[in-house]
Design a binder for this molecule. Sequence first.
Ligand code: C2E
Ligand code: MG
Ligand code: MG
Ligand code: MG
Length: 276
Amino acid sequence: YVKDNGKGSHMFYSDKIMEDIRSRAEIEDILRDALREDGLRLVYQPQINVVTGKIDEFEALLRLKDRNLSPAKFIEVAEMSGLIIEIGRWVTKEAIRQMAKWRDEGYPLKPVAINFSGKQLSDREYISFLSSTLEEYQIDSRYVEIEITESILVEETENTLAFLNELKSLGIRIAMDDFGTGYSSLNYLTFIPVDKIKLDKSLCEKFINLDNSSVMSSLIGLMHSLDLIITAEGIEETYQYHRLKEGGCDLIQGYLFSKPLASQEIEKIYNHNFIG
Ligand code: C2E
Ligand code: MG
Ligand code: MG
Ligand code: MG
């Protein structure tokens, strides 16, 4: 990265930039090693039904074994390097394998949501990979949910629509993640095949702190009229849960009920009632 003129020319580069370059390259190596040497793992965060208090479904979240690296950071590196393609397939297969394991051990199947990066649209074989993995583990497609973000709609709109429609025709559910952080246009909700909206932590906080309960319930009402299910993300406090429940939110995901947990920890709370 640094041209060496023999006089310490790396001083032209700020330390910060060097650090970013180095850490990006290092993280890329770490990810490559992790893919090769079984260094990835998934944790699962429950999404709690506000009425029944039970876990309706999970979100699968990626971690590096034995390393405390933030997913936001290493996912970004995975996207920039193209490694997200292979990682995305690993996540998909691992989540489905775990669902089959739970089923085989007598836990009733619950849907698992998988995060899908826009960069994975270039994985032309993703959908056939997904459907053959479902076949391999004998998991019904309606138990898999794919989380996308609005950014996937900005570029490659046609590709995206074709991709989403293909997922839908397979019976896969689609969730719009991080709603409230981007354009948050309601327009696209009428023409893309989404089943669910995940209200971002920041939007939930705005609703709750401004005490804007009528805005919240109107928005949720509109989404319900489009047959969408609403999950509120990043909920840490009981009063937030109460406000969101009053506002009509369907599911709550947050530290209040549970952090993302390893599969063995999930087994201890699989049928737990978080409210009653
Ligand atoms: P996300 O998909 O929006 O996931 C929710 C994030 O919020 C997770 O962060 C979760 O641990 C965190 N969270 C949940 N409840 C609370 C709470 O009450 N308070 C706070 N402060 N945070 C909460 P995490 O696991 O660090 O993941 C960050 C992001 O990395 C994810 O955001 C997602 O965009 C990305 N990501 C994680 N795993 C994958 C993956 O397998 N594939 C892809 N493409 N992206 C992933
Ligand atoms: Mg997500
Ligand atoms: Mg989110
Ligand atoms: Mg996110």
